[in-house]
Design a protein. Sequence first.
Length: 541
Amino acid sequence: MRYRAAARIGVLLLSVMTHACASGPAPAPVNSAGQDSGSRRVAVDKIAQEVAEGVGQVHQTNPEGTRGPVVIFEEFHTSRVGQLEIAIMLRRLHQRHNMKRIGLEGAIQATRPINAAWFHNMGGPTAKQAREDVAVRMLGEGEISSAEFMALLFPDLEVHGIELDGLYNKKHSLSGNPMFDYLVAIAEKGASQADLREVNRLINQKKTEEAIKHLMNADPWVREQYTFLERALGTQNARAGSCEEMRQRMETVQRKASEVGVQPSPQAKAQAEGVKDFYRTCEERSVAMVDRVVALAGTSGDMITAMIIGAAHTEGIVKLLQARKVSFAVITPTALNPEYGSLSNEQFNRKNKMRWARTSSGTLGALLNAIDKRDQRKPPPIIETATGKSYASANVASMLIALAARDRKRVPDDIWDQIKDLPECKVDRASFQIDENDVIFRMTLKNTSNQDRIVWARVGSADSPAVANYLEQKLLQARADLGGGGRIPPRQPPRNTTPAKDEGPGDGKRGRVTISRTGLRTIAVFGGSKLDVTRVGKVSG
């Protein structure tokens, strides 16, 4: 009966490793700015609290050291709202405190920073607002990270990869849920006959979750380990274990199994070794990232360096920075891993294959995605790719065209010089069709396999004035649109649409087609043919 219960229970729970580098333990409380041990301590504390106001939480500061300061931003890779909040904080650091360097987890170390120069003058001097809107839009969609956002908009800022290729792209044998499997075996070994009868009764009634909880709660030690595992797999602003803690937990569970005489299967043993190897590599990656950031930060003490990491690295990185006498602060966005405004698992998996996340009908991603590519733990920057340039250029062109039509300009003649030479985007001048404030036109873009792709667009203007007037307000507006709250109210979806879950900020659905609010005042829908965008109907209004 015991083995029957364990076998039937051990089928649930997802692997902890999916977002292993996106969550971690809560850091220690922030140091008191009232304790005077040097001007740098006060500066780090005050700067961190200032940039985090309203969008983040300062968890820890270390004023001591001859290097730095480094401001560490924890992220959860699927949280779009969290990325918007980090972007707000990075913008404040750049604007108010002369932060000019960002070290980015998931990007490989190179001799130069990430190249975003192609974006900086896209569309000419008068297209600055359109460029801002596009960058905010792509960030709110979850297609780029906060660091990529900063690289696109600020030519005086450098974003550096801080990963070593051999560690970041190391292959691991990961399958099953070995920690859970071990816990089931340990719990089953010590369970009473009464407990096992109750477990089997619940299973026979198809109450599998209740059966698991009953078995796991029968033994205090197992219950403590299982509670940790549940937290590691939790959602809303969850903080799972650090790389170090996850490895140590697996080792602890294995020792306990040996003590109580549990003999795991060869498969379970192999899976457990794969988990430990994954987290050992995670720890090694933390060392490599610190090495690179320390080199970026230097010893002058007058230039802040930002560092963006998945929170599972925080514990190890904090210890390494302290040992190397680097002053730092640790900040987490208020929406670290919320249930709202996040990429779905399917969307994140597409990003891990270097594809566009959003693929619903009417979106650019549905048209520009090609074959799958290699898996990653965190998507590397897409802004240096041809398809990244196409995606941004198509959005800039769409905004400029929609605004020109709204202002009763001659389209495309009056804006042709702005849209004719956009990176990886060829606009067909002969394709334009005007329908009141709507414009239909054709572009040739690059897909994720760097092949040409014909895309038709129907663009128009929004029916209400913009609430946001400058960059931080635009980011806050996108946060509100995704459910992040704040003083700025969310926008209504485009006319004749319903709110669209898992889409971009302010988007709506018309049937199965997504109508996108590409900017504060612009609307767009994309298709593979002219018929696709024609039959959608008017989008302006």
